[in-house]
Design a protein around this ligand. Sequence first.
Ligand code: DC
Length: 231
Amino acid sequence: MRKIIIAIDGYSSTGKSTIAKRLASKLGYLYVDTGAMYRAVTLFALRNGFIGTEHENFGALIKLLPKIKLEFVLNTKTGHSDMWLNGENVEQEIRSMQVSTYVSQVSTVEQVRHMLVALQKRMGKTKGLVMDGRDIGTVVFPEAELKIFMSASPETRAHRRYKELLDRGMNVSFDAVLENVQKRDEIDSTRELSPLKKAEDAIPFDNSDMGLDEQFERIYNYALRIIEGKK
Ligand code: DC
């Protein structure tokens, strides 16, 4: 069977990863959450004091980039891959509000993008991949056979993220989550380097009023048509 690359881009908390994971497991493909990679680098920067409320020292971060080892390691309990940073499972910590607050700034650093995009391209060498992020269809895999661009209203997205954080036992306010979602949208779509934007050949997908099953069925059918050579 023909193997393809599926690129799912879009605004934060649009449910990209939920759909991408489901697609990958149904198709027997590898799933790669590129946001987790930017989050892990941000956690590294926070732990080393390179970024904080009143300072940022990206020069020091850039110098230490070669010391950052990122791996996706299968978690046999969940059946999904966890993000590991230098030999430590950081899957929970990278989802914290502290990391969410700084990740968009760290994602503007050219050398960080350069390193992560190179790693991501390598993962697609043998195809059979579902990758989600912000620049997958535009920069990482402009040749991807299927590109989806997800959006939903900021309030819908903040509600989803808020619920997710509460379910993880984190103590946050809805207003703080909404503010973070809106701020990241702005930084992600206005940054100079590979900003979040729909690739010309991506399918626009607003899921504000769509349940998960419907989203999955629609996107799975797009993929099948391509895999079976009907498009
Ligand atoms: O998908 P996410 O919300 O976990 O991503 C976290 C941040 O990482 C997002 O606000 C912007 C950045 N990011 C990026 O710049 N490029 C990607 N391909 C993925 C994420």
